[in-house]
Design a binder for this molecule. Structure first.
Ligand SMILES: NC(=O)c1ccc[n+]([C@@H]2O[C@H](COP(=O)([O-])OP(=O)(O)OC[C@H]3O[C@@H](n4cnc5c(N)ncnc54)[C@H](OP(=O)(O)O)[C@@H]3O)[C@@H](O)[C@H]2O)c1
Length: 262
């Protein structure tokens, strides 16, 4: 029981780790004892600064790799950099994503493709390309973990974010399909479906804490607050440590009750 939430010595990859939810999970993994956490994003400057900040937590090392994961070239380049450095990885978190408001009347095919490429296609093909290093160190006692970051929007109907909701719905279905497809490989596949969290994606909603719209939103969320670092890190560490190793094909709603009230 003592080491139930330990990630001692684990090698992890968190896409979109330069800000928001990805950086919260990377933070949690390092505090829980991970040896190396790779974080990726497009913007070099932000990514390097975040890796320096997380490495100085004084536990394991946080290593930045800059790639655009919306293209297959970016995915392949990331995979070859990881494989050059690591014989195996224990944890893959598919977190990088794009939030775009796309109601039906103004939706164009370019918006649809941009959202689908990074939110749905990229997580699937990155996972596929990393199956070999994910299989290598996996055992029944200590399986490797794949996490998809979905959204409450996957199962709720928000016509204003048509492409985004659809992309997250695909992820949730993929979670179950891959969980079954990889059942003999000791790779646990699960998804986290967050509600409202503080991040760059939601900045417009929370940047003025005195705004009436923000106060009204907090009032309506049953937990009466946005999600924070500890909420995201706590659930991600649970899923990736001994504590959560019996979850498989599960979607964890992490939303303070948001989906019940909107
Ligand atoms: N915040 C919320 O309330 C909330 C709720 C539900 C679900 N989510 C999901 O949580 C995940 C993280 O979002 P967030 O809220 O933390 O947003 P965020 O702060 O904007 O972080 C997004 C991260 O993804 C990276 N990224 C975006 N496009 C990329 C690309 N093409 N290639 C590589 N990296 C890319 C970003 O870095 P660069 O821009 O430098 O590439 C950044 O590191 C997303 O999948 C989002 O849908 C968020």
């Amino acid at each position: 029981m003592e080491n139930l939430f330990s990630m001692d010595g684990k090698v992890c990859l968190v896409t979109g780790g330069s800000s928001g939810l990805g950086s919260y999970m990377a933070h949690g993994f390092l505090v829980a004892g991970a040896a190396r956490v790779y974080i990726t994003a497009r913007s070099n400057e932000k990514l390097n600064a975040k890796a320096d900040e997380l490495s100085s937590l004084g536990t394991g090392e946080c290593i930045p790799i800059s790639e655009d994961l919306s293209s297959l070239e970016g995915i392949n380049s990331l995979v070859s950099k990881i494989k050059n450095r690591e014989p195996y990885i224990d944890v893959l978190v598919n977190n990088a994503g794009l939030g775009l408001a796309t109601p039906i009347d103004s939706l164009d095919v370019g918006d649809w493709d941009r959202v689908m490429d990074i939110n749905a296609r990229s997580p699937l093909f990155l996972t596929q390309a990393l199956l070999e290093p994910l299989r290598k160190n996996a055992t029944q006692k200590d399986p490797s973990r794949v996490i998809f970051i979905s959204s409450v929007a996957a199962s709720m109907v928000f016509p204003s974010v048509l492409a985004y909701s659809s992309s997250k719905n695909i992820l949730e279905h993929l979670t179950k399909q891959l969980a079954l497809a990889l059942r003999d490989d000791f790779i646990r596949v699960n998804a986290i479906a967050p509600g409202r969290f503080y991040s760059e994606m939601t900045r417009r909603a929370w940047q003025d804490p005195e705004a009436e719209s923000f106060k009204a939103e907090l009032k309506r969320i049953p937990a009466h607050r946005y999600g924070e670092l500890e909420d995201m890190a706590g659930v991600a560490v649970m899923l990736c440590s001994r504590a959560g190793s019996y979850f498989h094909g599960e979607i964890l709603n992490l939303d303070g009750g948001f989906r019940l009230a909107f």
